[in-house]
Design a protein around this ligand. Structure first.
Ligand code: IPD
Length: 273
């Protein structure tokens, strides 16, 4: 299987999707899915249709999983895992932080990732064993320094589940990290796109990203990119270490010394740990 050829094809698809997304950004109406903060537009569906058709014709033997049309259960078979617009809320508001996220997993391991933000023309891509790049520049964008919670810039997301125990766990964990007895993190950023958060961790411009509630299509491509930079994705719950692409709860940490200590420190701030 030629992973670089797959990457090149995904880059081409991402650019075509980018034109569709750019043309409609800020001009769309939306529908609610699970609730009034879980949104979808006709463009999400149109992009996914185009990508699915193109992939089926070029790679008929590979499986497809996509946010809008094909949830299914992830198997060990080679599978494209696609979010046609990650950051749909930003797309609707014209906040320039949404992307198409095209991942490819084999044996459930993300091995190719292409993430493209068409409004900013930011293209991230990575192939297992071949490195990861941002607009042609090798990632990470700065030398990996020591990780420490007290100096960390962390991506958090509110997600679309806004009540119940998971929501309480999130908000209390944010508060613990913001101002706990053990010190304060430098800050939080909430860009509204799991894939772009992961790419920023890969770039080293964010130290970590923690979220519960997202899906394989939100993380597969960004994970493949991050893994190529020495970054880690672990399970985001305190009692579990290893994450799978469909774990739904993730902690992603950039490359750097003290990575394991950073992960342990982070997890000790999760509410209930
Ligand atoms: C969402 C975004 C958001 C994250 C949610 C995702 P969508 O994806 O990545 O940042 O908090 O968990 O579902 O709905 O815009 O494709």
């Amino acid at each position: 299987m030629d992973l670089e050829e797959i990457r090149d094809f995904l880059v081409q698809l991402a650019r075509t999707a980018g034109e569709m997304i750019r043309e409609k950004t800020g001009k769309v109406t939306w529908d609610d899915k699970m609730n009034s903060v879980d949104l979808v537009t006709e463009t999400d569906a149109a992009v996914e249709r185009m990508v699915k058709e193109q992939l089926a014709s070029k790679y008929p033997d590979f499986k497809f999983m996509g946010e809008e049309t094909a949830h299914g259960v992830l198997t060990a078979d080679p599978t494209f895992i696609v979010d046609p617009i990650d950051g749909t809320t930003n797309f609707i508001h014209r906040f320039p932080s949404s992307c198409i996220s095209l991942g490819f997993a084999v044996d459930k391991v993300p091995v190719v990732g292409v993430v493209y933000n068409p409004l900013l023309d930011h293209m991230y891509q990575g192939v297992q064993g071949k490195g990861a790049y941002f607009n042609g520049q090798k990632l990470p964008l700065k030398p990996p320094s020591e990780l420490s919670l007290g100096t960390a810039l962390i991506a958090i997301e509110w997600g679309s589940e806004r009540s119940g125990p998971n929501y309480t766990c999130k908000t209390q964990t944010f508060a613990n990290l913001a101002a706990s007895d053990g010190g304060m993190v430098h800050g939080f950023r909430s860009m509204g796109s799991a894939a772009l958060n992961l790419c920023s961790v890969a770039a080293g411009t964010l130290d970590a990203y923690w979220e519960g509630g997202c899906w394989a299509w939100d993380v597969c491509a960004g994970w493949a990119i991050l893994a190529e930079t020495g970054g880690a994705v672990v399970h985001g719950n305190p009692g579990t270490d290893k994450a799978a692409v469909d774990s739904r709860v993730y902690l992603a940490v950039r490359a750097g010394s003290n990575q394991q200590k950073f992960i342990a420190d982070f997890k000790s701030h999760i509410k209930g740990s």
